[in-house]
Design a protein around this ligand. Sequence first.
Ligand code: ZN
Length: 303
Amino acid sequence: MQLNENAQIDTSQVDDRRGSGGGGIGGIPIPIGGGRGGIVGLVVAVLVALLGGGFGLNAALDGGGDSTGDNTSLEQKCSADDALQQLDCRNTLYVNSIQAYWQAELPRAFGEQYQPSKTVFFSQAVNTACGGADSGVGPFYCPADDLVYIDLSFYRVLADQLGAEGEFAQPYVLAHEYGHHVQDLLGTEAQMRRQQQRDPGNANALSVKLELQADCYAGAWARNATGTADAGGQKIFTSISEQDVQQAIDTAEKIGDDAISERANRPVNPDEFTHGSSAQRKEWFTRGYSSGDPKACDTFGNG
Ligand SMILES: [Zn+2]
């Protein structure tokens, strides 16, 4: 993967809330997959269980690293010559690419206008319209405030604890979360929730369909990412290789529900899956990538 060093990084698409003390909400229960307004858009299930309540992640943060803000604002940092060496600036550029894709694609594929959504960078804990969350839940989308949330130290967890290495895991994760934003805009998410209420016995199976669709949307973005540009028309990616795509597929497999259960030494029970098996996640990402068309992502079988 090669990012274009001439591309302008639009930091207005990110809300940098790192180093703001986390809002003092650690320990508040997280309404994952709960009733209305709960967090639905996780990229990975049962991460909290895997990490022992998120403490593993906090320990990693305390170990120091690159994710806490200094006094340089993100905007200044990301306009410097070495911006692409910086994890947060690269991630901002990934967000720019993903949103540029949907800006053009949503009207074309679904006849709907895209509404931009910011990504919130936080450290350790954050307050959202869906409730308080800590880093232990991993990146997520909150439909109540239309924001994507990520503690960038998640990527270290992904690499060190889940074995998903490689830079392209990062845009894959973000593209998955923006897939949930698109589902929110299209009403897919609200429709799925109503179905869950009518048919509680199928709640997990419906969640899996929503998640696999987000993976498929991520694949559609990956296929078209080299066609995305900044506000001035400069390409964001100069190249994406087969190896990059393989890294995304590898990540999708590593965070399959069965893979996570096995890693956490828990029994693998398909009835408890909320995100899909490794094989399913690979299949749907690949379907999005191969077709390059989000209309091929009809996991609900309505098409
Ligand atoms: Zn998700």
